[in-house]
Design a protein around this ligand. Structure first.
Ligand code: ARG
Length: 588
C-alpha cells in the first residue's frame, strides 16, 4: 500500500501545517496500524507535540483531523486513545488498487532510485575442503538477497570468494605428485573423485611424515613463485572442486561469478604499500599489522590486524582488503565501482569483517556514500542443539543432505497419493519431489531470523502444516486448481469493477496490497524471514478465504471479485517465492 500510504502521509503533513503553528520540518509520521481493529494506518505525532505546543494531545489530533481532506481515500479518520489518529481505507479504493495490481509484473514494488551497484559476496567455500552447511546457509541467504536487490532494480554482482589459495595447496600438490604424477604433466586425466578424502590423506601424511612436511613447504613456495608445473597442479585441484560445487549450485538454481582469493594475489603487495603510505602500518614481532581502533583483546591491549606475516606471506585479511579496494574502486581504475558490498557469512566472522572494514575506511578506500556490510547468520544445529552431524559423527555432506530432503519429499508424496487414490507418472513424482525437497531446505533456512542459530529438521521443513515451503506451495497449487476447475484466472475473464464486501475478501485484499511494503523492509534490513512470514500469513488468509467463501459457485460479481483475488494471491505468492529462490508447481 505504498502509494496510498504516501498519498495519506502527504495530506497529513499539509493538514498539520494548516492546523498547527510549527516549522515545516516537524514530522507527523504515518505508520501501519498496530492492530487490524485500528484500521490500516495510524498517526501518533500528536503525543510528541503535546509538550511543545502545551496542548492536550487529543486536541492536537482533532485539530489535524479537522484540516484533513482524505475522503476520497478513507473513511473519516478517528481520534482514539491518548491522541492517535486512525485511518481506514475505503473498500472501493482497496478494490481499485487490487485491480491495478493484477497482472502487473512488479506487483506495486517501485524500482529503486537511485539504482546502486551492489556486490553480494556469498557461498564462498574452500577448495578441497568440505562445503558444509554453513556454506549452504550463505548460498541460500546470499542468493535470496541478490535476487531481491536485483528485483528492486539494483545492478548486482554475485561473487563467489572461493578459498582457492593458501598453504593447504602445498600439501595437496606434494601428495598428488606421489599418487598421480602423470596427471600433473597433463598426460593423464585424473578424476580425484572425492577431493575431500584426498585432502584428508594429504593432511594425514603431513602430520606424520617430516619429509613430506618439508616437501609440502617447498611446493607452497613454488606455487607462490608461479612455477608453471605448480600452477598446473593447482589448476587441476581447483577444477575438481569447482565441478563438485557447480553440481550443488545447479541443483539449488544459484548463479555465481567465481572470483576466488587467488584473483587478488597480484594486488597484495600493493595493499601493504597503500597501508604503509597511509601511515597505518606497524611492525610487531616481525609481522606487519594495523592496530585497530576501539577493538581490544582480552588483555585490554589494542588488537592488531596482521596483513603480512613474519615469513612474508599474506593472509585471509590481506586478501579481503585487496578485494574491498578493488570492489570499491571505479571501473576506470579497474574496479567494480560498487556502492554497496554485502558479505554473507557466519556470525563467527564478525570481528574479521569489523577489522577489515575499519582498516579499509582508515586507508581511504571507502568513498563517501559507499557501504560495506556484513550480513551474519547463526549456526545450523542438529535436533540435539549441537552442530549438525551425521549419525556416525561425521560432517554432513551437502549432496547427501539435499538427496535426503528430496527422498523424504518423494516418500511423503507417494504416501499422500495412495491415500487420495491418485495415480501419477514417475516423471511427475520425480519433479515434484525434487522441487519440494529443495524448496523445503531453502525455506527452512530463510524463514528463520538469520542472526539466530537454527535447528535443522527434515520432519519440520517437509511438513504440510506450519510456516514451511510445502504449505506455501500447496496454497499456490490450490489456486491453480481453481483454474483447472473452470474458474478462469487469466486476463481473458472480462474486466468488471471489483467489489470487496465480505470480511474475508477485505482482509485478503489488504494483505495482498502489503507486498510492496514488505519488499522494501526486507531490502532495508536484509532479513528474508520477514518475506517468509508475510507469505505464510498471506497463504493462511487465502486458505481461510477459500475455505469460507464460495468462489466458482458465487454469484456473478462476487465470483469475478473472488477470482481476481485468487489470481493476485497466486501472483503474489509466486513472485514472493521466486525472490526466495523457490520454484512453484502447478500440481503436487
Ligand atoms: N571462504 C570463507 C569461509 O569458508 C568465506 C569467505 C567469505 N567472503 C569473504 N570475502 N571473506 O569461511
Amino acid at each position: 500500500m505504498l502509494k496510498l500510504r504516501n498519498a495519506l502521509q502527504h495530506r497529513l503533513l499539509e493538514a498539520r501545517a494548516r492546523a498547527l503553528p510549527l516549522p515545516d520540518a516537524v514530522d507527523f509520521p504515518l505508520a501501519p496500524a498496530t492492530k487490524p481493529e485500528f484500521g490500516d494506518f495510524q498517526a501518533n505525532g500528536a503525543m510528541g507535540l503535546a509538550k511543545v505546543l502545551g496542548r492536550p494531545p487529543r486536541q492536537i489530533a482533532q485539530a489535524v483531523v479537522d484540516h484533513l481532506h482524505v475522503d476520497d481515500i478513507c473513511h473519516p479518520p478517528q481520534v482514539a486513545g491518548p491522541g492517535f489518529i486512525n485511518f481506514t481505507i475505503r473498500p472501493e479504493v482497496l478494490a481499485a488498487e487490487v485491480q491495478e495490481r493484477l497482472d502487473q509484473p512488479r506487483l506495486g514494488v517501485p524500482m529503486a532510485q537511485p539504482r546502486q551497484r551492489v556486490v553480494v559476496d556469498f557461498s564462498s567455500p574452500n577448495i578441497a575442503k568440505e562445503m558444509h552447511v554453513g556454506h549452504l546457509r550463505s548460498t541460500i541467504i546470499g542468493d535470496c538477497i541478490a535476487r531481491l536487490l536485483s528485483f528492486r532494480g539494483h545492478r548486482v554482482l554475485r561473487l563467489n570468494h572461493l578459498g582457492d589459495w593458501g598453504t593447504q595447496f602445498g600439501m595437496l600438490i606434494a601428495h598428488l605428485k606421489h599418487v598421480a604424477p602423470r596427471s600433473l604433466s597433463g598426460e593423464e586425466h585424473v578424476d580425484l573423485g572425492d577431493l575431500v578424502a584426498f585432502y584428508r590423506q594429504a593432511k594425514g601424511r603431513f602430520d606424520e611424515d617430516e619429509d613430506f612436511q618439508e616437501r609440502s613447504r617447498r611446493e607452497v613456495v613454488k606455487l607462490q613463485a608461479g612455477e608453471p608445473e605448480s600452477l598446473r597442479a593447482w589448476g587441476l585441484l581447483c577444477r575438481q572442486s569447482r565441478q563438485a560445487f557447480q553440481t550443488i549450485y545447479d541443483r539449488l538454481d544459484v548463479q555465481l561469478v567465481e572470483r576466488g582469493e587467488s584473483f587478488y594475489n597480484q594486488a597484495l603487495p600493493g595493499v601493504v604499500e597503500d597501508l604503509e603510505q597511509a601511515r597505518l602500518l606497524v611492525v610487531d614481532d616481525g609481522a606487519r599489522c594495523v592496530f585497530l581502533e576501539g577493538m581490544r583483546g582480552k588483555d585490554g591491549q589494542p588488537l592488531p590486524l596482521i596483513v603480512q606475516k613474519r615469513d612474508g606471506g599474506y593472509n585471509y585479511a590481506t586478501t579481503d582488503l585487496a578485494a574491498i579496494r578493488q570492489r570499491l574502486a571505479s571501473p576506470e581504475a579497474g574496479g567494480e565501482g560498487a556502492d554497496r558490498v554485502v558479505y554473507v557469512t557466519d556470525a563467527g566472522q564478525f570481528s574479521h569483517f569489523a577489522a577489515v572494514f575499519q582498516v579499509a575506511q582508515r586507508a581511504g578506500w571507502v568513498p563517501t556514500g559507499c557501504r560495506l556490510q556484513h550480513v551474519p547468520f547463526g549456526l545450523v544445529q542438529g535436533a540435539d542443539g549441537k552442530k549438525l552431524k551425521t549419525r556416525s559423527g561425521a560432517t554432513v555432506r551437502l549432496r547427501d543432505l539435499l538427496d535426503e530432503a528430496v527422498e523424504r519429499a518423494r516418500r511423503d508424496l507417494v504416501e499422500r497419493m495412495a491415500q487420495e487414490q491418485r495415480q501419477a507418472e514417475e516423471d511427475f513424482i520425480g519433479q515434484v519431489a525434487e522441487t519440494v525437497g529443495i524448496a523445503a531446505v531453502k525455506y527452512a533456512d530463510l524463514s528463520q531470523n538469520r542472526t539466530t542459530n537454527y535447528q535443522f529438521s527434515f520432519d519440520r521443513m517437509l511438513s504440510l502444516q506450519g510456516n514451511t515451503a510445502p504449505y506455501l506451495l500447496y496454497a499456490y497449487v490450490r489456486i491453480q486448481g481453481i483454474a483447472r476447475q473452470g474458474g478462469s484466472l487469466g486476463a481473458e475473464e472480462k474486466p468488471v469493477a471489483l467489489c470487496l464486501q465480505a470480511p474475508q475478501e477485505l482482509s485478503l485484499a489488504r494483505q495482498l496490497l502489503n507486498f510492496d511494503e514488505v519488499i522494501l523492509e526486507v531490502e532495508q534490513d536484509l532479513l528474508p524471514n520477514r518475506l517468509c512470514a508475510y507469505l505464510f500469513g498471506l497463504s493462511q488468509t487465502f486458505n481461510r478465504f477459500y475455505d469460507q467463501l464460495p468462489v466458482l459457485k458465487a454469484p456473478d460479481q462476487s465470483r469475478a471479485t473472488r477470482l481476481a483475488l485468487c489470481r493476485l494471491s497466486a501472483q503474489t505468492i509466486g513472485l514472493g517465492l521466486a525472490l526466495l529462490g523457490i520454484r512453484t508447481l502447478d500440481r503436487m
